[in-house]
Ligand binder design. Structure first.
Ligand code: PEP
Ligand code: MN
Length: 353
């Protein structure tokens, strides 16, 4: 459903009575759907909650409180609706091929900042998989600070990335930087990444929303958590609920790291949204020596996984050389993640299990 006229949009949840029947629920959902309203079911252990969003005038016409099985109606007061925990009180699990992000299992996404050659990406894919990575990353359209820096292998890189994913049995993710690159990457990538620089590029957010592909949506270096969730709503209001947030560091006065990893955003997001959240310690740190500690901290704070840059020869990487881990450094991070996972009551299979 596309939500256009903001003033007309209304969102609420219908809390069903514990003894409501399946028929009560389907009567309500079919009535609302017939009116063109967006409906989202959350089945908790005790009761079902029906999230409703759409044209306020349509909602005004339905006597919801009188319908069978309804306990109460609660309006969603947050400016973001679909992304809010009130709209969907159960955590979302986003499926990327057979990998589930946001479930009991922590998910590691790893790979180089940029795909540089066929040999490089296939080699590193095999390495990170051995340590426990489940999704392969590789930039192919690179948004670089300078126009004179390496801009990515584009479609040639996408072919190598896809091949590396197929050879190792991992889904792949790449960053898209414009509506045009969404079209090019569509047939190659299983998940799209929206980079920090495009965090408030609303046309791009709508385009990845329309693509219906899972999206890893990074926080902008200067966006507040509320702005970030509002922008996630752009993707979701196109009907694409497969959104995973990613904390990758914000701009502060501190200069000894590239950005400051806002660890607080992880529990804050968990208190406001049902969307999974990963952390990217690589771009936050800017230096490989800090990546391991930040990874531990993010998992301890409740992140659903990590995205880490890993390169076979970081010193000679064509982008982000200072922050990429070697495969053996990545292996040590995975080993610790498996230990911390037990404390935070999550699972992580270190090694290729
Ligand atoms: C990247 O993942 O390589 C990247 C450019 O990240 P960010 O958008 O977080 O800077
Ligand atoms: Mn990078």
């Amino acid at each position: 459903m596309t939500v256009n006229a903001e003033r007309q949009v209304c969102a609420l949840i219908i809390v069903m009575k514990p003894d409501s029947t399946e028929k009560n629920i389907s009567d309500i959902t079919s009535t609302l759907e017939t009116l063109g309203l967006g409906v989202h079911l959350s089945r908790g252990e005790e009761r079902t909650i029906i999230g409703v969003i759409g044209d306020k005038r349509m909602l005004d016409d339905v006597p919801l409180t009188l319908m069978g099985g309804v306990e109460k109606l609660v309006p969603i007061v947050e400016p973001y609706k679909l992304a809010s925990l009130s709209f969907q009180p159960v955590s979302s699990v986003v499926k990327v091929k057979d990998v589930l992000i946001g479930g009991p299992e922590l998910v590691m996404i790893a790979g180089p900042c940029s795909v540089e050659s066929r040999k490089q990406i296939i080699g590193v894919a095999k390495d990170v998989k051995k340590s426990g990575a489940k999704i392969l990353r590789g930039g192919t359209f690179k948004p670089r600070t300078s126009p004179y820096s390496f801009q990515g292998l584009e479609e040639e890189g996408l072919k190598y990335l896809k091949e590396a994913g197929e050879e190792t049995g991992m889904p792949v993710i790449t960053e898209v930087t414009s509506e045009h690159t969404v079209e090019i990457a569509f047939d190659y990538s299983d998940m799209f990444q929206i980079g920090a620089r495009n965090a408030q590029n609303y046309q791009l957010l709508k385009a990845v929303g329309q693509s219906q592909k899972p999206v890893l949506y990074k926080r902008g270096p200067s966006t507040t958590i509320e702005e970030w969730l509002n922008a996630a709503e752009y993707i979701m209001s196109e009907g694409n609920y497969n959104v995973v947030l990613c904390e990758r560091g914000i701009r502060t006065f501190e200069t000894s790291t590239r950005y400051t990893l806002d660890i607080s955003s992880i529990p804050v997001i968990k208190s406001k949204s049902h969307l999974p959240i990963l952390a990217d310690p690589s771009h936050a740190a800017g230096f490989s020596r800090y990546v391991h500690s930040l990874s531990n901290a993010a998992i301890a704070a409740g992140a659903d996984g990590l995205i880490i840059e890993v390169h076979p020869d970081p010193m000679h990487a064509m982008s982000d050389a200072a922050q990429q881990l070697t495969p053996s450094e990545f292996d040590l991070v995975c080993k610790d993640v498996a230990q911390i996972a037990k404390i935070v009551e999550r699972n992580f299979h270190y090694g290729n299990q």
